[in-house]
Design a protein around this ligand. Structure first.
Ligand code: WT7
Length: 654
């Protein structure tokens, strides 16, 4: 973020105190907040009591072997039982768990009782396929109820799931299946996106062709499109699952039993398998969902408009809301299908009271104009949330006014795949919100902004965001790579968890997140590493070398800008094809290798890249170019004329 944006942020003076009516009935009041913040471990012990434990824990946290934490030591529980069965047993079986809306307009309503039957059947089906506790299962699905059912069925039998976003490529899927050694894949023929059936099964077939250990592929029929079928390996969900009993006795697992692995981009080309376990994760997902969204399970209609393939979907579509017994909306499609008011139509139709989405969506809606939401009745909304990237104050205020009717608090929640649950956020009944600030760590969380030497910065200064104490839903390790876990998160500032984000404390000590400080980009709230895109580019026969940077983008937060040096074949192609065609082909190649979200916004062919004397690409200078700025310090460059050459070669307006 440029210095100019930063000072704009900190001169943001608008303040929004909690609405009196909300504060009076809030799940967390100002008084409870004070108490909680002082409580330490006792606070988390009380939060864990929100769950049903089959055997009690004997110790809240064990931090005797840092950075390896254990929470609720000795406790045993079943996550699916906590998300489903216990609500049915408490007499709430008829409460709607999900109002599901398919993109073409088909709908399904699932009560908690329905969910219990479906999850039990699916658990029995997985057992029939020979799955045992501890086995990993990959899930590659559209946004349909079966996706939730599949995750909970895995949790029920203790088989950690790894959900791979349906927009990822066959290669990305294969890499994840192999990394965690999954032997079973759950998928669908396809899903609906942008008004058309979009296939998923072919990518699974392509991925699994090189995964010799995958023995079963369980396929949900969603679109009815033709699929290739491998006898003996592929099984229809509607045949296998429907044939099972709707009774399944959930087994209690250790609090530290693995619940899921979620892959996320790091600073190398290889994604990291973030491991979450059961007791601490579910405790913090449930508590934060209850506190930050102030949910009233008997009244609210809650909607996280994100994909289940990201951690936001795991914690705030599946585990948090279901652990709290809340009614949610689940929507399959895109916001502009069949029209740009689709989200607001859904809010009106189901009477959504709480909406949680990403700033990139909000900025898109701003662009489309507020006359679109104005056509719908949004008066049911009472609270709005934002997640995934820094939200600029203008978007925050627009969200509050155009969507929230100037009455709904906006909670800007900072967290990560690794943190498992929200960490820094306002509490809607307590906090006076500042547009663009996530404010303070939640109760039970200790965050700090430190300088290069790891010392806390004074108010009014910036630095790196760290977490100074372990928390219940923290990642336990990187799957199969403990050393990388230690190196990535716990080595930069000894004793502290390094989040990879820059942050600033304002004069009140409130925290403003400023974006990543490492080689990780944030495009539309999705994390993509520069090296991941670079290695995809270099895998193309035309490309000799590539450097990728994230450049500020008014809609997506950051846009991917790639600089490539061509090989001979590429130069010959460039001489015959139009430069535009070549760029288009390379951009599409990245989309094919990683997924459409990684397609560079811009691709520039250059003769040389700026490098330091030790050979490191100076991305900072490329960012200056991509963002149209005067160049920063070039004294460490091997050859300072390189930058002039790049500038001269730019298409006008780039
Ligand atoms: C990165 C984590 C949290 C689930 C979705 C993304 C950025 C996230 C905020 C926020 C500023 C934010 C950070 C973080 N980020 N929320 N409220 N304000 N930045 O999860 O893919 O693991 O990405 O997203 O840079 O490190 P993720």
């Amino acid at each position: 973020m440029s210095g100019e944006t930063l000072s704009n942020l900190l001169s943001e003076g608008r303040r929004f105190p909690p609405p009196a009516a909300l504060a009076a009935e809030a799940n967390v009041t100002a008084e409870a907040y004070e108490r909680a913040a002082a409580d330490g471990e006792a606070f988390w012990a009380a939060a864990a009591d929100r769950l049903d434990w089959a055997a009690p824990w004997t110790q809240v946290r064990d931090w005797s072997d840092p950075p390896f934490a254990r929470w609720f030591v000795g406790g045993r529980l079943n996550a699916a039982y906590n998300c489903v069965d216990r609500h049915v047993e408490a007499g709430n079986g008829e409460r709607v768990a999900f109002h599901w809306e398919g993109e073409p307009g088909d709908t399904r309503t699932l009560t908690y009782a329905d969910l219990k039957d479906e999850v039990s059947r699916a658990a029995n089906a997985l057992l029939a396929l020979g799955v045992q506790a501890g086995d990993r299962i990959a899930i590659y699905m559209p946004m349909i109820p079966e996706t939730v059912v599949a995750m909970l069925a895995c949790a029920r039998i203790g088989a950690p799931h790894t959900v791979v976003f349906g927009g990822f490529s066959a290669d990305a899927l294969r890499g994840r299946i192999l990394d965690c050694d999954a032997h079973v894949v759950i998928t669908a023929d396809g899903g609906y996106r942008k008004g058309a059936a979009s296939a998923l099964k072919p990518a699974v077939d392509e991925a699994v062709a090189q995964c010799p250990d995958v023995r079963s592929v369980l396929v949900v029929r969603r679109t009815g499109q033709d699929v290739a079928w491998t006898e003996g390996r592929d099984v229809w969900w509607h045949e296998l699952v429907a044939a099972q009993y709707a009774e399944h006795e959930p087994e209690a697992f250790d609090a530290e039993h693995p619940l899921y692995i979620m892959y996320t981009s790091g600073t190398t080309a290889r994604p990291k398998g973030i491991l979450h376990t059961t007791g601490g994760y579910l405790t913090q997902a449930a508590w934060s969902h209850w506190a930050v969204f102030d949910v009233k399970p008997d009244r609210d209609v809650y909607w996280t408009a994100a994909d289940i393939g990201w951690v936001t979907g795991h914690s705030y579509i599946v585990y948090g809301p279901l652990a709290n017994g809340v009614t949610s909306v689940l929507y399959e499609g895109t916001p502009d299908t069949p029209h740009q008011g689709r989200w607001w139509e859904i809010v009106q139709k189901y009477g959504v009271t709480i909406l949680y989405c990403a700033p990139t969506a909000i900025r898109t809606f701003m662009k489309w104009g507020e006359e679109i939401p104005e056509r719908f009745d949004l008066s049911s909304l009472r609270l709005l949330g934002s997640v995934g990237e820094p939200i600029n104050p203008e978007a925050w205020v627009w969200y509050r006014q155009a969507i929230g009717g100037d009455r709904c608090p906006v909670v800007d929640t900072w967290w990560q795949t690794e943190t498992g649950a929200q960490m820094i956020s306002p509490l809607p009944g307590v906090s006076t919100c500042k547009p663009g600030s996530a404010l303070r760590p939640l109760p039970g969380i200790s965050a700090e902004v430190v300088d290069d030497a790891g010392n806390p910065v004074p108010n009014g200064s910036g630095g790196y965001l760290v977490l100074t104490q372990p928390w219940p839903s923290m990642l336990r390790t990187i799957w199969g790579d403990e050393q990388r876990y230690i190196d990535t998160y716990w080595s930069r500032f000894p004793g502290y968890y390094f989040a990879g984000d820059g942050a600033k404390k304002d004069e009140d000590g409130d925290i403003w997140l400023l974006g990543r400080v490492d080689d990780v980009m944030n495009v539309s709230g999705h994390r993509i590493s520069t090296t991941e895109v670079e290695s995809a580019l270099v895998s193309h026969p035309y490309v000799a070398e590539a450097a990728v940077v994230g450049a500020a983008d008014p809609t997506t937060g950051q846009g991917i800008v790639a600089f490539v040096i061509l090989r001979g074949a590429g130069e010959r192609a460039a001489a015959t094809a139009q430069g535009d065609d070549l760029a288009k082909e390379l951009r599409s190649h990245v989309a094919k290798e990683i997924g459409p979200i990684a397609r560079p916004r811009q691709l520039l062919v250059v003769a040389e890249l700026p490098k330091t004397r030790s050979g490191k690409i100076m991305r900072r200078l490329l960012r200056d170019i991509a963002e149209n700025r005067a160049l920063g310090d070039v004294t460490t460059l091997t050859d300072s004329t390189v930058m002039d050459a790049i500038r001269e070669g730019l298409p006008s307006g780039a």
